[in-house]
Design a protein. Structure first.
Length: 77
């Protein structure tokens, strides 16, 4: 639907590249332990020469009801 490439192994994870609304998008699924996932993401950001402002993190949250979304800008919990 969005013409994403098949998943490939890179940056200690799986990546797929595509476009949404004309913008290049890189999907990364770290394959590290949860507390080490930043290593995978950091490798990708450095490779593509991107800063933290180019990063959007999606993750599951056990405290939210299924289908609910919470949006937050900035780091920390």
């Amino acid at each position: 639907r969005h013409s994403f490439s098949p998943w490939s192994k890179k940056f200690q994870g799986l990546i797929a590249e595509g476009a949404l609304a004309g913008e290049k998008v890189i999907l990364i699924k770290p394959q590290t332990f949860m507390n080490l996932s930043g290593q995978s993401v950091g490798e990708a950001l450095r490779f593509y020469k991107l800063g933290p402002s180019a990063l959007t993190v999606f993750y599951d949250e056990i405290d939210l009801a299924a289908g609910k979304v919470r949006v937050k800008v900035g780091g920390g919990s």
